[in-house]
Ligand binder design. Structure first.
Ligand code: FAD
Ligand code: NAD
Length: 465
């Protein structure tokens, strides 16, 4: 059996793991990374990047279809569009491939050793990797678990055939005429909206009383309206029961307790993600767990000295940029630098149409934390750039402590607001006050102007409403 020794071993090359390894390499740490499938993890291969590529395809198709149907208010017409989904998926795969190569090149540049295979702990310092050429033993002073997450499977609706996960949905080369989505969260609504825009008849079955239950209904209102306009049927308070006897649809229990069958060509199940720890040999370690997730402290340390965990395997929020920030931090900790998790907020974006972005505390969370609040909300209906983009739905909302006027949270819903997350994140992280935001000149005409306007509204003197 080949023996490797190193200072740092990273298990999993998703955004958490590969960023950790690159930063460790930059710091001169002798680093090995093990990956069982493809560099880049869920995010790059079957998550963030491919989903955003397909959302873009859907957006472009809808624009062309609107022009063909004479639905634009500015007189654009065109012939009926056709979409070759096979080619769209190939384009998406090409982007993924380029990014895979990019991650490999970055790891090489940082002098990180890449080992392909599945890792399993033998003890707190030793991992055995099953590789194509046989098992390799790796001994490390510090080990980072960055094994990520996988889709949750419903026992009465197992994946296979026409029951697909997000991974299956992103690889479809034929548009399903009727798509039933179980779970109206991030993935269900991002992908459900995209398929509806490409022409599928989409039905969303959500167990809770609202779609995107993580967000307040003020934020999700414009999404619900748009789904209705797209012809998407949203069934909230509904439970999936299983396939119809012929397997050509989904049986559900509706909110009023009645049973109903929803005909479907494909059933996309997006009811959350679970940590990937099967086969990792956790039984050979003594870790504290939070349910099925690995419990960590403010330095991403686990209950065992020298073992860290980062990213989705540690639970919500399961976001790529959180995993990356944790990875970067842990590399610096292993290098002996004084680091701890001291972030004031992690931006979350839902890439629906319109998009939602949220950083820091919502009004409800801020109230629950004991703050008296000043809240300012500015509608895109009063923003010139939103009007010229034909995207007046939505608003920016700034939540501040009433006494200190410190900004506690910022939320927005609207077309293209994902790009505002940079300004929102910076404001929260740097401890901006309402005055700081109101006093910053924002270029005209941009969606960003709604941000100081919302701050001014909270201060009692918005200019354009
Ligand atoms: P992962 O990316 O899951 O990587 C873990 C890696 O570890 C995998 O490559 C896996 O093969 C490897 N591995 C597991 N076990 C072993 C083992 N025993 N040995 C060796 N290797 C192993 N997040 C966002 O922030 N923005 C988005 O827009 C977004 N969109 C998404 C869309 C979809 C459809 C999905 C599914 C997810 C999306 N996410 C998004 C979430 C994002 O993908 C995850 O938060 C992110 O990938 C987590 O990174 P990670 O490094 O923790 O784990
Ligand atoms: P989610 O937690 O966002 O949504 C799951 C939804 O399914 C919830 O609304 C839940 O109430 C519902 N649900 C659960 N069981 C159900 C059942 N039996 N029947 C009907 N509905 C049911 O999970 P997801 O959409 O699978 O996404 C997983 C994770 O991936 C998220 O936590 C998110 O952090 C990450 N993600 C992020 C992005 C992004 O940042 N833009 C995009 C996609 C995924």
């Amino acid at each position: 059996m080949t023996e490797i020794t190193c200072k740092l071993l990273v298990i999993g090359a998703g955004p958490g793991g590969y960023v950790c390894a690159i930063r460790a390499g930059q710091l001169g740490i002798d680093t090995v990374i093990v990956e069982s499938t493809k560099l880049g993890g869920s995010c790059l291969n079957v998550g963030c990047i491919p989903s955003k590529a397909m959302i873009h395809v859907a957006e472009e198709f809808e624009k062309a279809a609107d022009a063909a149907a004479g639905r634009t208010p500015f007189g654009l017409t065109a012939g009926a569009p056709a979409l070759d989904l096979k080619q769209a998926v190939a384009w998406k795969d090409g982007i993924v491939q380029r990014l895979n190569n990019g991650v490999a090149a970055l790891l090489r540049k940082a002098k990180v050793k890449i080992v392909h295979g599945r890792a399993r702990f033998r003890d707190g310092k030793t991992v055995v990797v099953e590789t194509e050429t046989g098992p390799k033993t790796i001994q490390a002073e510090a080990i980072v678990i960055a094994t990520g997450s996988a889709p949750v499977e419903l026992p009465f609706l197992p994946f296979g055939g026409d029951v697909i996960s997000s991974t299956g949905a992103l690889a479809l080369t034929e548009l399903p005429k009727r798509l039933v989505v179980v779970g109206g969260g991030y993935i269900g609504l991002e992908l459900g909206t995209a398929f509806a825009r490409m022409g599928s008849k989409v039905t969303v079955v959500e167990a809770q009383g609202n779609i995107l239950p993580l967000y307040d209904t003020e934020l999700t209102g414009p999404i619900s309206k748009r789904l209705t306009a797209l012809g998407v049927e949203v069934l909230t308070g509904a439970k999936a029961l299983g396939l119809t006897p012929k397997g050509d649809g989904l049986r559900i229990e509706t909110a009023d307790g009645k049973e109903r069958s929803l005909p479907a060509d494909k059933i996309l199940v997006t009811v959350g993600r679970k940590p990937v720890t099967d086969g990792l040999g956790l039984e050979n370690l003594v870790l504290d767990m939070d349910g099925r997730f690995i419990r960590i402290g403010e330095r991403c340390e686990t209950a065992m000295r020298g073992i860290y965990a980062i990213g989705d395997v540690t639970g919500e929020p399961m976001l790529a940029h959180r995993a990356m920030a944790q990875g970067e931090m842990v590399a610096e900790i292993v290098a002996g630098l004084p680091r701890a998790w001291d972030k004031r907020g992690i931006a979350a974006i839902c890439f629906t149409d319109p998009e939602i972005v949220s950083v820091g505390l919502s009004p409800q969370e801020a109230k629950a934390a004991g703050h008296e609040l000043k809240i300012g909300q500015f509608p895109f209906a009063a923003n010139g750039r939103a009007m010229t983009r034909h995207g007046e739905a939505g608003f920016v909302r700034v939540v501040a402590d009433a006494r200190s006027e410190l900004v506690l949270g910022i939320q927005a819903v609207g077309q293209g607001v994902s790009e505002l997350s940079a300004a929102f994140g910076l404001a929260v992280e740097m401890g901006a006050t309402l005055q700081d935001i109101a006093g910053t000149i924002h270029a005209h005409p941009t969606l960003g102007e709604a941000f100081p306007e919302a701050a001014m509204k909270a201060l009692g003197h918005a200019l354009h409403i």
